[in-house]
Design a protein around this ligand. Structure first.
Ligand code: AMP
Ligand code: GLY
Length: 423
């Protein structure tokens, strides 16, 4: 279920799974259509999804984005005895409510920034007294990645709280979490769990800002690479022991077992990894680089997860680095230009893979149909080499109304040269 670059990467890997019979995608996109039969199904119409699954004897539903998970699609499928990869509505609160996650961290003693949950502007403004600038303000609910504001001054924070409680994010802003500002480098850690067993699923770093050098407006992600060498083996062990396992154990013991992929956004602080946020699905575009490296039978692993039978110690990943460059339509993350012509040429010639994130076929030709349009992904023995291979492929794509960042992976490329990256 889904239609972005993440779902293209999942469909591409699922299509390679020896255990796969037939793959459908709903609604899919022109890239996914090369791997699956695309059908038009509305993820919010649970009855329609269940009846499609019944009539096509679907053995496993993989739910890509967070919205249908937070909306309980996995519960509706479970009620119909259809295995689904992705958490229940109760478990998806880990992404659907920032306050829920902070409270869980407090109960399970998981390292994260200090916080206060607030329910009105007055309460929130008063709570600012307990924090210092920069102020981290988070709309509690799902806000399409826009619900977090870092306010440099108290005045800015108070204005932001007026916007949030004034309905800027709809009901997602009915509660606001105020949080301690954490310093360090950000990295992402992925694990797959059936509620009891937990398997690490790799690391990545993404670039959220639209501009070179990580400057400018926040986006869904302009590029990513995996693995993230800043998350050393020792740090990954700490993340598993101090963050992931206590979360999975607490969710299970409190009657909300978490099943699916658990994506931890981390701040690597001077005292160790701290949780910034959880997502209840794969990252986009982090999934694209993970799938580029994944070597197992994805369908089999996801089905085992969905059935509570996730056994074994690890998932098989290639040692090499994968790096993806997002090609976006001009205007993104504001209003993107729609309909721009795209020619992929022989971008995939040297083992690169072009995942479709926001494309459509118009009059028989490929055109842009979204903010993030293509994820040009390649591998190499180092971040430097993967970066070079990815940009070689980008150069072969003809997309005049698009743009991309030319520095994806820059921090790690600097470190590979022996330099210290400066923000
Ligand atoms: P997202 O929730 O993905 O929109 O991301 C919000 C971004 O805000 C994160 O990726 C961090 O860069 C930043 N952020 C969120 N919480 C904190 C925090 N407590 N301290 C510092 N930065 C934060
Ligand atoms: N790339 C960030 C996310 O998927 O949330």
């Amino acid at each position: 279920m889904g239609s972005g670059g993440r779902e293209h990467a999942l469909a591409w890997k699922l299509a390679q799974s020896p255990s796969l019979g037939k793959l459908f995608a709903a609604p899919g996109n022109p890239g996914i259509a090369e791997e699956a039969e695309c059908v038009s199904l509305d993820a919010s119409d649970h009855g329609a999804v269940v009846s499609f699954c019944r009539s096509h004897e679907i053995a496993l539903v993989v739910i890509g984005p967070e919205a249908p998970l937070v909306d309980g699609l996995a519960d509706s499928l479970a009620a119909a005895d259809i295995p689904a990869f992705g958490p229940s509505k109760a478990a998806a609160q880990l992404e659907g409510s920032k306050g829920f996650t902070k409270d869980l961290c407090a109960r399970a003693e998981i390292p994260t920034g200090g916080y206060v949950r607030t329910h009105s502007r007055d309460e929130a403004v008063a709570a600012l007294d307990g924090f210092s600038a920069p102020f981290v303000l988070k709309a509690d609910g799902l806000a399409a990645g826009k619900g977090v504001v870092i306010s440099p001054t108290r005045e800015h924070a108070e204005a932001t709280l007026s916007d949030m409680f004034g309905g800027q994010f709809g009901s997602a802003g009915a509660q606001v979490v105020i949080e301690e500002f954490l310093e360090g480098e950000e990295a992402s850690f992925f694990a797959i769990t059936d509620g009891t067993h937990v398997i690490p699923l790799g690391t990545a770093q993404d670039h959220k800002q639209v501009g070179e050098g990580d400057k400018g407006a926040n986006t869904g992600g302009m590029g990513a690479y995996s693995p993230a060498p800043v998350l050393t083996e020792a740090l990954q062990q700490r993340v598993m022991d101090e963050i992931i396992r206590p979360t999975v154990d607490t969710m299970r013991s409190e009657g909300m077992p978490y099943s699916g992929v658990l994506y931890a956004g981390l701040m690597l602080t001077a005292t160790g990894p701290q949780l910034i946020e959880y997502n209840c699905r794969f990252g986009d575009p982090e999934c694209q680089v993970l799938m580029m490296r994944y070597q197992g039978d994805l369908a089999a692993m996801m089905l085992a997860c969905a059935k509570g039978e996730l056994e074994g110690a690890g998932a098989a990943f290639a040692q090499e680095t994968a790096l993806t460059v997002v090609m976006a339509a001009k205007g993104y993350p504001g209003t993107p230009q729609k309909g721009g012509a795209i020619a992929l040429g022989d971008a995939e010639a040297n083992g690169a893979k072009v995942f479709h994130a926001g494309t459509a076929i118009k009059d028989g030709s490929l055109v842009a149909n979204g903010g993030r349009v293509l994820n040009v992904t390649a591998t190499g023995a180092s971040v430097t080499e993967a970066q070079k291979a990815a940009y070689d492929a980008v150069a072969k794509v003809d997309f005049a109304s698009g743009f991309y960042r030319s520095d994806i992976g820059w921090k790690e490329v600097a470190r590979e040269k022996g330099d210290t990256p400066q923000n």
